[in-house]
Design a protein around this ligand. Structure first.
Ligand code: 5GP
Ligand code: ZN
Length: 114
């Protein structure tokens, strides 16, 4: 699929390198980076390299590609517990209108890993 970005979109700007980010990994279709306002250490975001607002706009092939990336990142975070979540639309708490998947480690704070 041709990489179609939206000039006004902050995540499209991150893909193009116009806004700096802490890149974690990249595939043909996705870009993964650290969240600027992490809910925990290592909070990551995975985005498609083209602009789409909500998950239903993505082709099934993309969805097939993204979960293995989320899995890889979750494993690399080195904690057994984590959330993979994804918001669609304002009422569902989506702030950035470019599809993104959160991978949020849930370290055991009793062990001082947070
Ligand atoms: P949402 O609420 O839309 O599901 O989550 C958007 C996420 O994007 C938030 O967790 C927020 O901290 C993150 N975010 C917003 N702007 C930027 C940015 O410019 N850089 C990075 N790395 N993360 C961002
Ligand atoms: Zn975008």
């Amino acid at each position: 699929m041709a990489a179609k970005t939206l000039a006004s979109c902050i995540f499209c700007k991150i893909i193009k390198g116009e806004i700096p980010s802490f890149k974690l990994l990249e595939s043909e279709t996705s870009f993964a980076f650290l969240d600027i306002g992490p809910l925990s250490k290592g909070h990551a975001l995975i985005i498609p390299k083209y602009h789409a607002e909500k998950v239903h706009e993505l082709p099934d092939e993309y969805l097939h590609d993204v979960l293995p990336l989320a899995k890889k990142i979750a494993f690399a975070q080195g904690v057994p517990d984590y959330n993979i979540l994804q918001n669609n639309g304002r009422l569902a708490h989506q702030e950035v209108p470019h599809v993104h998947f959160h991978v949020i480690p849930k370290p055991d704070e009793k062990q001082g890993l947070g």
